[in-house]
Design a protein around this ligand. Sequence first.
Ligand SMILES: Cc1ncc(C[n+]2csc(CCOP(=O)(O)OP(=O)(O)O)c2C)c(N)n1
Ligand SMILES: [Mg+2]
Length: 335
Amino acid sequence: MTDSLSDKPVDKDEGLQLYRRMVRIRRFEERASQLRAAGLIPGFLHPCIGQEAVAVGVCGALGDGDVLTSTHRGHGHMLGRGADPARMYAELFARSGGYNHGKGGSLHMIDVQLGFLGANGIVGAGIPLATGAALQLKRRGGGSVAVTFFGDGATNEGSFHESLNLASLWKLPVLYVCENNLYGEFTRQDHHQVITDVAARSSSYGMPGVVVDGNDVIAVREVTREARERALAGEGPTLIEAKTYRHRGHFEGDMGRYRPPEEVARWMAHDPLDVLWGRLVKEHALDEAARDAVRADVEAELDAAIAWAKEQEHPAPEQSLEDVYVDSIGGAALR
Ligand SMILES: Cc1ncc(C[n+]2csc(CCOP(=O)(O)OP(=O)(O)O)c2C)c(N)n1
Ligand SMILES: [Mg+2]
């Protein structure tokens, strides 16, 4: 198991692009929170605010043919992969223009064209899906990898252990990315597992395990690149543990009061957006005006996305059985 920190200089344009992507995720979710409070979004939202560097760092190291599976906290992963915020908002608003035609919501968003094989409401369920996808990628002759995001809580699921075992045995091109935000719902990590570093679990499966500062987007991108190269070279999977923290509760409406205030304060002071911006200021002398310009740009993009999504219709009742699996007494029918 190794630790990884970024010490290489950051290219200015690349750094700005990564910063912009993180701001887009943060503001997408902050605005979603407001829109939910205003009654536009039915159903749950699990914000990843505070964890943006994992999504952006990992996705920044991937190729076009790579595929990903996500979790219940998946907006950042999907935006990091390049999804259209307008179609995501439409999905959250339960409108036909959404990624799932308004029938899936936050927990089921998918864009196969982007290789984004779906958010997932079942904890740990994306892990075997990515492992299976990696088997298929290998059989097709290589050149691409599968990536799966999951939380610390998910590493107690059988699906995690079974997947890592087979992927290691078969040397599958898959990257296991654990976003260790120190909590599974309302349960602190030391109340649900005795280890501190989830990456230590890699040793049981004979694969490398890497701990990375999950709030340092450059470091995350670096370890992902290395793991991807290893996978493409036929050397098999890597378990990456990104230490991070969610700024908010488990879902919208949970105030997160089970967390010690000093712990929250410590992590808020290590905000992934500020970590990167601090480096850009130090290395490229960027000023507040440059930061404001990025923010204004993202705000305008999200204004347009929300306006478009609000204009979309809800699916008509007669469309209820389209695009879904339907169990009927005579067996399963797929429309
Ligand atoms: C199989 C399964 N068990 C329990 C739940 C309820 N549940 C939803 S999120 C969650 C916590 C997951 O924690 P973690 O994997 O650390 O992800 P995080 O929420 O911290 O991102 C639980 C237990 C579920 N959705 N699926
Ligand atoms: Mg967690």
